[in-house]
Design a protein around this ligand. Structure first.
Ligand code: BTN
Length: 252
C-alpha cells in the first residue's frame, strides 16, 4: 500500500477510521476493500492528506487538521451502469442537505462541485468499481473546507470564511455522513425522480440565462438539466445542446 499510515483510530459510534496522515483516502479505501470485509458506509478519514486527488487528474489541496478529507464506501448491486450519474446526484444532494442543516445555503455547480457564495467549498470524487457491467462498489471521496482560513486557490472557500465559526471536524464528519447515507439510501430504493428534483432545485444557474464557453466560443444559453449520462443540457438560441465536462466552461 502506498499510503503512509502513522496512526489508526476507530470512532466508537460508527464504522469510521481516522488516519493521522494518508496519501489519498480514495486510494487507501481502494486497497482496504480489496483485503477486508466492509459494510455500507465504511469510511476512512484523515487529518492530513498528502496527495489528494481531484476530478480530471487535478489535485485536492487541504491544510492539515483544518478540513474534512474522507472516503466512504457503498455497494450498489442493483444500480445499472446507465444510472451511474445518479451517484453524483445523490452525493451532491446529501452534501447540500447537510450544509442546509448547519445553516448554509449552498449550490451544486454541474456536475458536482459544491459552491457557497460563488466559491467552491467541497469537491467530490466518485470512483466506481465495475464488475461484469454492474456497479460492484463505489468509493465516494469528499473534501469539505471547514476551518481553513486562507487558500492559494482564489476559487476556494471554507465554512469558517463564511460564518466565522470554528467547527470540530470529527462532529461534522458524523453529521455529513448521515446526510450522505440518507441520500444514497434513496438511490438504493430507486427513488430517481425525487433525487433529480432535489438536484435541479440546487443546481447553479438552472433555468437562468448565462454565458458559457465551448470550442473557443462564448455563447448564451439556459441550463435545462442533465441527460441520463450526466451531460449538461443547454437551450441555446436555436436548439438544445448537451455537453460533457471537458466540452464546456461556465463564464461566471
Ligand atoms: C474535485 O476535484 O472537486 C474532487 C475533489 C475530491 C477530494 C477528495 S478529498 C478525500 C478524497 N480523497 C482523494 O484523494 N480525493 C477525495
Amino acid at each position: 500500500m502506498n499510503n503512509k499510515v502513522s496512526q489508526l483510530s476507530k470512532s466508537p459510534t460508527n464504522n469510521t477510521i481516522w488516519l493521522s496522515t494518508c496519501h489519498s483516502t480514495n486510494s487507501f479505501a481502494q486497497e482496504w476493500i480489496k483485503k477486508n470485509d466492509f459494510e455500507d458506509g465504511w469510511t476512512v478519514s484523515t487529518y492530513e492528506q498528502t496527495n489528494g486527488r481531484g476530478q480530471m487528474g487535478n489535485s485536492w489541496e487541504s491544510e492539515p487538521n483544518q478540513n474534512l478529507t474522507f472516503s466512504t464506501v457503498y455497494t450498489f448491486p442493483d444500480l445499472i451502469l446507465s444510472n451511474l450519474f445518479f451517484l453524483n446526484i445523490a452525493v451532491s444532494v446529501g452534501i447540500i442537505d447537510y450544509l442546509k442543516n448547519i445553516g448554509f445555503k449552498a449550490e451544486i455547480k454541474w456536475p458536482n462541485d459544491i459552491y457557497l457564495q460563488t466559491k467552491k467549498v467541497a469537491g467530490i470524487l466518485i470512483e466506481p468499481h465495475i464488475l461484469e457491467s454492474k456497479i460492484n462498489n463505489v468509493i465516494v471521496g469528499i473534501g469539505l473546507n471547514v476551518n481553513q482560513k486562507k487558500f492559494l486557490n482564489t476559487n476556494a472557500v471554507s465554512l469558517f470564511n463564511i460564518s466565522n465559526v470554528e467547527y470540530k471536524i470529527e462532529n461534522e464528519l458524523e453529521k455529513l455522513l448521515m446526510f450522505v447515507k440518507e441520500s444514497l439510501a434513496k438511490l438504493k430504493k430507486g427513488d430517481f425522480d425525487s433525487l433529480k428534483v432535489s438536484y435541479y432545485q440546487k443546481l447553479y444557474l438552472m433555468g437562468k440565462p448565462a454565458a458559457f464557453l465551448s470550442k473557443g466560443k462564448i455563447f448564451m444559453g439556459i441550463i435545462k438539466g442533465v441527460d441520463e449520462t450526466g451531460k449538461l443540457i443547454i437551450e441555446t438560441e436555436n436548439d438544445y445542446q448537451s455537453f460533457n465536462i471537458k466540452e464546456i466552461e461556465f463564464m461566471k
